[in-house]
Design a protein around this ligand. Sequence first.
Ligand SMILES: Cc1cc2nc3c(=O)[nH]c(=O)nc-3n(C[C@H](O)[C@H](O)[C@H](O)COP(=O)(O)O)c2cc1C
Length: 322
Amino acid sequence: MKNFWNELHKPIFILAPMDDVTDTVLRQVIARCGKPAVFFTEFTNVEGMFSKGERHVIQRLRYTEAERPLVAQIWGTRPENFFKAAKKLIDMGFDGIDLNMGCPASGVMQKGACSGLINNRPLAKETIDATKEGAAGLIPVSVKTRLGFRTIDFDWINFVLEQKLAALTVHARTVSEMSKVPAHWDKLKTVTDMRNTMKSTTLIIGNGDVKSLSDAKQKVAEAGADGAMIGRGIFDNPYLFSETIMLSDKPPEEKLHLLLEHLRLWQDTWGNTKHFPALRKFFKVYANGFPGAQELRMQLMETQNPEETEHIVASFLQSISS
Ligand SMILES: Cc1cc2nc3c(=O)[nH]c(=O)nc-3n(C[C@H](O)[C@H](O)[C@H](O)COP(=O)(O)O)c2cc1C
């Protein structure tokens, strides 16, 4: 098997999958600012991959070579679809497959999917086995989960570790905690101790509330983990994976040129095939921390397409250069 996980330098820093955020465009922006060791796609439904709406679902799996190594994250309810999905993902050229067993959204949980699998270990095992069978040893299979459902549950962690996965990412909260309490990084030490006692080769990646690479290094070292996955931290600093560069240190011109780069990539990639409001959440990242930023942000939020956004940014840039 070509297992890219074994070729990475530790600690391994990964951009977390975020639905409606980490598509190919955002991943390319992050790769240019400072590239993480691994990228994940947004979670993608295996039932949807073989449905009539397939074309829309497949948008989530679009990527460029700049985003490698890239892991496709999938979720769903029927093991036979995980089997088929694994085969398709290999054909599409993904470097790995990750199974979402942590999403707490009520819609998916009610179907018994994602974090619902924490309460249904027979189905969790069938899902993992079907995916591995589909992957046929050609690419590695990993899992991303939480510390437990209602309470911290090391039996669940033990169960997942027994599945001989390439990597296990643990978001250090329970499902019930959503994102409302600080992540329990101290509990990740128990996870890595369990892994070591079992003499398992599964890489342990910690996740939750990491703000910078120096923060990540400290947390990973204390937990004895192999790496950290970072999500929301990129909204404060898209350069986070560069280690040294901070967006907040940049002059307004540079912040806004990065916004323009993001916009152009969006246009080139999606044209008008993707819902424009999904782009608005990024405006506050770039239009921030300089005189006039708040007003500019308000104007940007009113725009209806990338062309209008570009026009407003260009006028602002002109106003500050004159
Ligand atoms: C907007 C948003 C979308 C998310 N979508 C996914 C997803 O598709 N798959 C997944 O495993 N986790 C998803 N997550 C959870 C993140 O991957 C991560 O576990 C969580 O944000 C904690 O890490 P952080 O504190 O570094 O952000 C999402 C989180 C956010 C904020």
